[in-house]
Design a binder for this molecule. Structure first.
Ligand code: ATP
Length: 515
């Protein structure tokens, strides 16, 4: 028996050669419109994969639905009904985790699922491939299914790459089609370097890439998220991004600072009250949990929440129920909690200031935001973007940065992080009469004046500090790996770090980031 006959699946037919791949891809890029491209893609993949079913799902603009856009089933095109793929747990999982799924030995009794069309012969193998857009965010899914076993084992096609290329082409076509439909509207600006970040956040340092990776894991599920990081590192911005880019986007986002109100006020604010619950409660009032129902409640400075309220919050997290003040009845709410703190919550637990059970309940998915001093070249990118924004806000002509001022900025430690940098730039622009920002416009201690520019050595040290910080970030603080990457003996790396004042990441900080 030949090796081909031994396979339950026709592997030979599923292995494309380079010429086949190129022919298929070039047919895609030559399509006249986005509908044609989608149809060509599913048909071509069905042929390459020798499989009966190929489906293309694309996230809608609000990221809250994953409609089926095109389907190839037994040689027929379809899929125009746009079923929402997010209602199928398997597809929702693959999308939210950005994880390809390969099921090569499905049960013989699988004739239909929420996404697999009814079939008299059972579906025996399945491939589900998330596809990324040009910002490397998940934009959709390709689903391939066969009535033979072993589709995934046999298909050597780089499905992810084909999907990504097709999606990039599709987005470009859709933009052009939109412009044709509304010729008076200007096309959206192409992303400039300073806007490239992800989820509306600025920064491309390895530390921020890790943050984006973690954000993408929680967009489409309601898991509770705990944001950590020093003041001004963007915790609230990340909370908003998780909401705005996730499936709750069309529902309310409500933010409450837990240190801003005295205990009783905070309690009635969060949980609401019934008429007569206390003096002055002359009518029923719903709380923020109700106001955020279906959406997201951002609890900032969670470490300052009084202990009695912590117990009530734990109940909401565990039971999904809220009981307003003065009421003896609870009602259900569906709220995703994103909490934030700049404090070390674990040591607060140890000191008895924070409930241990709540701590573990909240920290299922921690995201730690890096301080600006660990974000290397992000400082420059943030500075340029903030300058542009502030000039627009102040309605003044655009201002450039002198190299010295920009280099000097990179040497600062910014205890107030991004917020401090933003304020500093606003001040500098007010002080700058011309259109060139100089070091003297930066209101910083020891700002070099025209007479005292940064020496070459100081500038080189700033560059080296950024490089080392970025390399350490890439290796999660592991000095051996960092030294190896930089081609340095580890001792030299330690010496350079000491000289440049680079602190080692504490173990607890490193552990805060899930892998
Ligand atoms: N990555 C980023 N890109 C663009 N702007 C940012 C970024 N990070 C922070 N900012 C800006 O910095 C300022 C502070 O951010 P934010 O309020 O989210 O920080 P925070 O960590 O919640 O602060 P705090 O701990 O004091 O509550 C805001 O103006 C925010 O827009």
């Amino acid at each position: 028996m030949s090796s081909r006959e031994m396979l339950p699946f026709n592997a030979a037919a599923a292995v494309p050669d380079a010429a086949n791949l190129l022919t298929g891809l070039s047919a895609l890029v030559q399509c006249q419109n986005s509908a044609e491209l989608q149809q060509k893609l599913v048909g071509w993949l069905a042929e390459l994969g020798n499989c009966a079913l190929v489906q293309l799902y694309l996230l809608d603009a609000s990221h809250s639905r994953l409609p089926l856009c095109c389907q190839w089933l037994d040689g027929q095109l379809g899929g125009e009904h746009g079923e929402d793929g997010l209602t199928a747990p398997l597809l929702a999982y693959s999308l939210s985790q950005n994880t390809p799924l390969q099921l090569d030995e499905l049960d013989r009794s699988l004739h239909a699922t929420p996404f697999l069309p009814a079939s008299s012969a059972a579906w025996r193998s399945l491939l589900c491939q998330p596809i990324l857009d040009r910002r490397q965010q998940v934009g959709g899914l390709l689903v391939l299914a066969s009535r033979a076993r072993g589709l995934g084992r046999a298909l050597t096609l780089p499905l992810d790459m084909v999907g990504n290329i097709a999606l990039a082409q599709l987005h470009a076509m859709q933009q052009a089609e939109l412009a044709l439909q509304a010729p008076d509207l200007p096309l959206p600006e192409p992303a400039t370097a300073s806007k490239l970040g992800s989820f509306g956040l600025i920064g491309e340092s390895p530390a921020m890439q890790q943050v984006y990776r973690l954000i993408s894991k929680v967009l489409h599920n309601p898991v509770t998220v705990l944001l950590g990081g020093e003041t001004g590192t963007g915790k609230e911005l990340v909370a908003r991004a998780i909401h705005d880019y996730g499936s709750r986007r069309s529902q309310p986002f409500i933010a409450q600072n837990c240190s801003a109100l005295p205990e009783q006020l905070l309690e009635s604010e969060l949980f609401g009250y019934r008429k007569g619950a206390f003096t002055g409660a002359d009518q029923d009032r719903e709380g923020l949990f109700d106001a955020a129902n279906g959406g997201t409640l951002f609890l900032d400075e969670i470490g300052d929440m009084p202990l009695a309220l912590q117990a009530k919050l734990l109940r909401v997290l565990q039971e999904g129920e809220v009981r307003p003040l003065g009421s003896n009845q609870s009602h259900r709410v569906d709220v995703r909690i994103v909490a934030a703190t700049h404090q070390d919550l674990f040591s607060q637990v140890e000191q008895g200031g924070f409930r241990e059970d709540l701590y573990y309940r909240l920290s299922h998915f921690p995201i730690s935001l890096p301080p600006l001093r660990e974000r290397g070249s992000d400082i420059r990118q943030l500075a340029l973007q903030f300058t542009q924004e502030t000039c627009t806000f102040l309605q003044r002509s655009h201002c450039r940065w002198s190299d010295t001022a920009l280099a000097y900025l990179a040497t600062q430690r910014f205890p107030g992080n991004v917020r401090e940098l933003k304020g500093l730039i606003a001040r500098a622009l007010l002080l700058c009469d011309g259109n060139l920002l100089l070091p003297e416009h930066l209101d910083l201690p020891n700002t070099p004046t025209q007479a005292h520019r940064l020496t070459l050595r100081e500038q080189l040290e700033a560059v080296e500090r950024n490089l080392l910080n970025e390399a350490l970030q890439q290796h999660n603080g592991n000095q051996t790996l960092t030294a190896r990457m930089l081609g340095l003996p580890r001792r030299t790396l330690l010496y350079r770090m000491q000289r440049l004042g680079i602190a080692l990441r504490s173990r607890s900080q490193a552990q805060c980031l899930p892998k």
